[in-house]
Design a protein around this ligand. Structure first.
Ligand code: UFG
Length: 324
């Protein structure tokens, strides 16, 4: 079994490559290393290439002839997407079209797609399920919805093309053996920023908004360990290969923590009382975002092992210390 992984040198892709390697699958990572790192690819070969470069992509796909494609390569910073929408529609939507066209030419019929909870925007019902309306509030979410719609249309037009779209909630944590983890040049994520503040790399952590309609006034998110998310990808792949139908799955634990609770846990784990400052709300943040996760548990038999904020932050902290 051969799997092509776009973005396999990135944070989430590299954890999936690690798991695919443990299953002895043949892996080829295709990554432009814009945010990924060659050292993060623990298994298989790495081709440094861009999805916009159709010639290199086509040659890679035709030479490798994968049985399935897992597509992680994308731009992911919500605030940047608001300022640079074209970048997001080009990189996330148009470049995915390149990949899908080449897959069709090469007769590859199985596709796992990295989608996001950002497709829901500000959901009316919480926890949010997969049938909730898709009403994104930023170009990042829209760029991912567009791809989901394209996938749906391809699957209806072709009998044998199948996809699973995984809608990630707040992914955090790192490899338990501390080999890989988040290594963005500039992280916008709460847990990473809290730990960078504990480490002294940032002077203070700002809480974006303390006047939300939540019990402690700060936003609530569903934090999921990256290894559990990686496992969901393998289950989705297995499901499709065994005849499962194309579908969309939320990837979250089904409960959340407030920003203040995350900060308290980061202080407990690190043992450092780092500086925290209350600031105004960040644009585009829904007050609460929690996954209804019964579908992925039922259909894919997903049985997450790390539903534990302390473990998530501990692994992220070990990794953060190693980075410096
Ligand atoms: N936050 C702070 N201070 C910081 C960073 C974040 O208070 O320095 C707050 C945010 O305002 C938010 C919460 O912490 O309330 C979580 O923020 P993150 O930036 O860690 O994550 P988001 O919920 O904004 O975004 C994540 C993914 C996106 C995805 C989105 C789905 O990073 O890719 O979930 O809504 F689109």
């Amino acid at each position: 079994m051969r799997i092509l992984v776009t973005g396999g040198a990135g944070y989430i892709g590299s954890h999936v490559v690690k798991l695919l390697g443990a299953k002895n699958l043949e892996i080829l990572t295709y990554d432009n290393l814009s945010t990924g790192n060659h050292w993060a690819v623990l298994n298989g070969q790495l081709i440094v290439g861009d999805l916009a470069d159709k010639d290199t992509l086509k040659k890679t796909v035709f030479d490798f002839k994968p049985d399935a494609v897992m597509h992680f390569a994308a731009s992911i910073v919500v605030s940047e997407s608001v300022r640079k929408p074209l970048k997001y529609y080009r990189n996330n939507t148009a470049n995915t079209l390149n990949l899908l066209e080449i897959m069709k030419e090469c007769n590859i019929k199985t596709f796992i797609f990295s989608s996001t909870a950002a497709v829901y925007g500000i959901p009316v019902n919480m926890p949010v399920d997969e049938d909730a309306p898709m009403m994104p509030i930023n170009p990042y979410g829209t760029s991912k919805i567009m791809t989901e719609l394209i996938l749906k249309d391809i699957a209806s037009a072709t009998n044998d093309f199948k996809y699973a779209s995984l809608r990630y909630f707040n992914v955090a944590g790192a490899d338990k053996d501390c080999r890989i983890g988040q290594a963005y040049k500039e992280s916008t994520h709460l847990i990473t920023r809290a730990l960078k503040t504990a480490k002294g790399e940032m002077q203070k952590l700002q809480i974006y908004g303390t006047d939300y309609s939540t019990p402690d006034g700060t936003c609530i998110r569903d934090y999921i360990h990256v290894d559990d998310l990686a496992d969901a990808h393998l289950l989705a792949l297995q499901y499709l290969l065994e005849g499962g139908k194309s579908d969309v799955f939320n990837c979250g634990y089904g409960h959340g923590y407030s920003v203040r609770e995350v900060i308290d846990m980061a202080k407990k784990v690190t043992g450092i009382n780092f500086k925290v400052e209350e600031a105004k709300q960040r644009e585009g943040d829904p007050p609460v975002l929690i996954a209804k996760s019964s579908k992925i548990k039922k259909i894919l038999n997903w049985n997450p092992e790390h539903d534990d904020l302390e473990y998530i932050i501990k692994t992220a902290w070990e990794w953060e210390k190693k980075l410096s």
